[in-house]
Write a protein that binds this ligand. Structure first.
Ligand code: KIV
Ligand code: ZN
Length: 377
């Protein structure tokens, strides 16, 4: 696997796949603008603000996002039809993301179109976008379940229609397995076309992050993600996992993301979407993600954090914490006091604190331990 994959473009679709397509979530214009500002502040390159054909309110929300952000590019989604495309072009976005399904299942049961009809829609749509001078991204929806030869014909049509800046490969129902098959597919497309590629993976089998990273390793230059992985059904690849895993830990890519903003961004999206973040979620989870309780683990982390931490919590704006309970030992108590503003307690005091912790049986945070000690003094 590549170790230096260069600069990867982060395309965030929290406001479209996350906002419009997560069951029960619908961001209003004010929420979209607030989240878009936070995404821009966090260094997202492209913000997919919405799907203007859905309603006047959605069109207006996209326009408001486009007039608010200046450092991030704004994208708007459109099906391959004239009405959708004109609305997306007029929404204020600078990138129109046109899509049409290329799998037999979708073409037959949803679009009720044959292959030639789909091809001519792709040609007309990409031509219309490029003649308007707006940036264009083309997605063959359900690409990973499409007949490979037809998929290549669809992509070739978009490329030949001129002007498509990006070809996006969606794993629409999250079924690409093993992730090495995503690698192979993206590599094939990458070697056949010179247009920059993007990957868009859903999480129906918990494979969205793995498939995104394998797509990037195979040569895609853009990852499509959402904050907290919200999105249609089981959601999309999550921004925080893909950026940290892709950019930092495994592939050696760079992004423009300010990782110390990830936690606040995650809280904001959880609050506005009403979709809570599970306590043990990677990177942006509740305090569980960076807490240590078992005596052996705490001892290891106190001596050398890398014993039980994959990365320093401070990188993502978090703090390491020791949680006390029946597994706790005296070293952890002494460490917790030092960790809280350098308070030193002696061994006897630490033993008394430990007895009180064990007597209470439950999980106690560092703050609670210090408070108890101070009030018993
Ligand atoms: O999942 C999907 O296929 C999509 C497309 C619109 C890119 O969201
Ligand atoms: Zn999607």
């Amino acid at each position: 696997m590549k170790r230096d994959c260069g600069r990867v473009v982060v395309f965030d679709t929290t406001l479209r796949d996350g906002g419009e397509q997560t069951p029960g979530v619908a961001f209003g214009a004010r929420d979209k603008v607030e989240i878009a500002s936070a995404l821009e502040e966090a260094g997202v390159d492209i913000i997919e603000a919405g799907f203007p054909a859905v309603s006047e309110e959605e069109m207006d929300a996209v326009a408001q996002v486009a007039s608010t952000v200046s450092r991030s590019e704004v994208a708007a989604l459109a099906r391959c039809n004239t009405g959708d495309i004109e609305r997306a072009i007029n929404s204020g976005a600078s990138l129109v993301h046109v899509f049409i399904a290329t799998s037999d299942t979708h073409m037959h049961y949803k679009l009720r179109m044959n292959r030639d009809q789909v091809i001519s829609r792709i040609r007309d749509s990409v031509e219309r976008c490029s003649s308007s001078g707006i940036g264009t991204m083309f997605s063959p929806e359900d690409a990973t379940r499409s007949d490979r030869e037809f998929l290549f014909r669809a992509i070739a049509t978009a490329v030949e229609a001129g002007g498509a800046r990006w070809i996006n490969i969606p794993d629409t129902v999250g079924v690409m397995f093993p992730p090495s098959s995503m690698f192979e597919m993206v590599r094939e497309v990458h070697s056949a076309f010179s247009t920059d590629l993007s990957v868009h993976c859903h999480n129906d089998f918990g494979l969205a992050t793995a498939n995104t990273l394998f797509g990037i390793a195979a040569g895609a230059r853009q990852m499509q993600v959402t904050v907290n992985g919200i999105g249609e059904r089981a959601g999309n690849a999550s921004l925080e996992e893909c950026v940290l895993g892709g950019a930092e830990a495994f592939l050696g890519c760079r992004t423009g993301i300010r990782k110390d903003r990830l936690y606040d961004l995650s809280r904001l999206v959880a609050e506005k979407s009403g979709v809570p973040v599970q306590p043990n979620r990677a990177i942006v989870g509740g305090q569980n993600s960076f807490s240590h309780e078992a005596g052996i683990h705490v001892h290891g982390v106190i001596n050398e954090p890398s014993t039980y931490e994959a990365f320093d919590p401070a990188i993502v704006g978090r703090r390491r914490e020791v949680v006390f309970g029946k597994h706790s030992g005296i070293n952890a108590v002494i460490w917790a006091f030092r960790n809280r503003g350098g308070m030193e307690i002696d061994e006897e005091e630490a033993r008394a604190v430990l007895r009180s912790i064990k007597a209470s049986g439950g999980r106690i945070t560092e703050d609670e331990v210090v408070e108890r000690f101070e009030s018993a003094r």
